[in-house]
Design a protein around this ligand. Structure first.
Ligand SMILES: [Zn+2]
Length: 125
């Protein structure tokens, strides 16, 4: 379950400075869809805030393969710490598929939360 996602996310963590203005790979995310497929992504940070989160990149990888429904997801930093998805990624994932509100996310405290719990008072309900 989360062990496989953690392992897949760990494989793509690769901190790099791409240029004077851009770096990435310090955070990686892995998500599992209803089909059982696992998709990954890394964060990209740039000057002027044009980068995006690892969760966003993993979702783009999923969409590229024609899927939208996530079952569970993790994000890790380069030291292996679990990270909570930011507000933008919570909203982003919730809009890709209405069933994503039930997806499970493992956080640093070792507890698993649904996206619905992390996104209370959802404007779409
Ligand atoms: Zn985010």
């Amino acid at each position: 379950m989360f062990e496989k996602l953690t392992s897949e996310a760990s494989k793509v963590i690769n901190p790099k400075e791409y240029s004077r203005f851009a770096e990435g790979g310090q955070v990686a995310a892995a998500l599992e869809t209803v089909s059982g497929a696992i998709y990954t992504g890394i964060c990209i940070d740039t000057a002027c805030s044009m980068g995006f989160c690892a969760e966003h990149a993993a979702a783009a990888d999923m969409l590229k393969h024609g899927e939208t429904q996530v079952v569970r997801m993790v994000a890790l930093d380069k030291d292996g710490n679990y990270l909570s998805p930011c507000g933008r990624c919570r909203e982003f994932l919730s809009q890709l598929d209405e069933k994503n509100s039930e997806m499970e996310i493992l956080l640093a405290n070792g507890n698993v939360y649904t996206l619905r719990e992390l996104l209370p008072f959802d404007w779409k309900n």
